[in-house]
Design a protein around this ligand. Structure first.
Ligand SMILES: *Cc1c(COP(=O)(O)O)cnc(C)c1O
Length: 365
């Protein structure tokens, strides 16, 4: 048996490709390449789905983070809190606007930002904004973070690049009062056939500024703009995926439940069961005893034709280019290299999940 990490063949099946071809051909016929009708349709529908008033499509998920920082006028001299376990793009956005990252430590069991570390870092540094990440699709503790940040007027920007399908309590990610950013990179839960991203917000003035910035400052000459438009072809494909995305996210949850069931007795650490209903299950990480154990298990699974990914084999403070910034990183360092992500996509069968589980079991026998 072969269990690849992703399954694009099932995602973009014959029917999908047929309708996609029709949409793309029409765009070529009508020369509506940028910000066309599908952009508007997607923005309206996605905002509604996620409980936001506004959705503004942009060129990618990193731009979405950068533009959200710019809307809050964050730049050189400003400090921004970022969890030590995330994809590099989160900290890249802070650096790209000229601000200074402060590393916030993470919860050792989940990898999510730790509000207590945030509180300490706010006392030690003049932090102007914090970017909690819904890492792996797990819900970051936004309510606790807001409680800490609101009284001090610290902005919260949620990096939801991996969290299409995540719920904070009974509300979808995107329904808070914060700006919430998405990436539609092809491997994300909701993926384009190229680069795309979006910012969700509830505030009319924030939405106006985002529109100005993403299109060269047009409409407001007091602002510096840039090009971060989302092209019409990506919007056409993303809009096409919306009717099935919630069902696909439910299928991911079923897969996570099956993994939890199948791996429950093995000597690997699983995420808390409380996340089963809340996470988007963008990734299915397991925690291992040491980086060496992770590497050996990954090799073993590779020999069984099972695709895995070591997200993340670094923490931000371990990266040479940014290691000199301050903050806390005890748990982030402890987690580094010990996490292995198993195959996760909506189309995994029970047989495939059982095969992954029995292959892991064989490794420990
Ligand atoms: C993918 C991702 C991004 C960046 O998105 P791009 O579209 O590649 O720019 C940012 N943050 C996180 C957590 C991501 O997973």
């Amino acid at each position: 048996m072969q269990v690849p990490f992703y399954n694009f063949a099932a995602l973009h099946d014959h029917n999908f490709r047929q309708e996609a071809n029709q949409r793309l051909a029409k765009i070529l016929e009508t020369n509506t390449f940028i910000e066309g009708e599908y952009n508007q349709a997607f923005e309206q529908k996605f905002a509604k789905m996620q409980g936001a008033k506004h959705c503004l499509m942009v060129a990618n998920g990193t731009d979405a983070l950068e533009i959200a920082l710019l809307v809050h006028n964050i730049g050189p001299g400003d400090k921004v809190g970022v969890p030590g376990i995330t994809f590099y793009a989160t900290v890249e956005a802070i650096l790209n606007v000229g601000a200074t990252p402060v590393f916030i430590d993470v919860n050792l069991d989940s990898g999510l930002i730790d509000p207590e570390s945030l509180e300490r870092m706010i006392k030690a540094h003049d932090i102007k904004a914090v970017m909690p990440v819904h890492i792996y699709g797990l819900p970051a503790p936004i309510a606790e973070i807001e409680k800490i940040c609101r009284p001090k007027n610290i902005h919260v920007i949620e990096d939801a690049a991996q969290a299409q399908g995540t719920f904070l309590g009974d509300r979808p990610v995107g329904s808070t009062q914060n700006m919430v950013t998405f990436s539609f990179y092809p491997t994300k839960n909701l993926g384009a056939a190229g680069d795309a991203g979006a910012i969700l917000c509830q505030d009319d003035e924030q939405a106006r500024i985002i529109k100005v910035i993403r299109n060269h400052g047009r409409g407001d000459d007091s602002r510096l703009g840039r090009n971060s438009r989302c092209d019409h072809m990506q919007a056409a494909l993303l809009e096409m995926k919306l009717p099935v995305i919630e069902e696909q996210n439910r299928m991911r949850k079923k897969c996570a439940e099956m993994y939890h069931q199948a791996l429950g007795q093995l000597p690997v650490k699983l995420l808390d069961k409380k996340f089963l209903a809340q996470s988007s299950w963008h990734l299915y990480p397991i925690h291992l005893g040491s980086p060496q154990e992770r590497m050996q298990l990954q090799e073993h699974l590779k020999s069984k034709n099972i695709g895995t990914q070591p997200f993340y084999d670094y923490c931000l403070s371990s990266m040479k280019s940014i290691a000199h910034f301050s903050g806390e990183d005890k748990n982030a360092k402890a987690l580094m290299g010990r996490v292995l992500c198993l195959p996760m996509n909506p189309f995994l069968s029970k047989e495939e999940i059982d095969y992954v589980a029995s292959s892991i079991s064989e490794f420990y026998r």
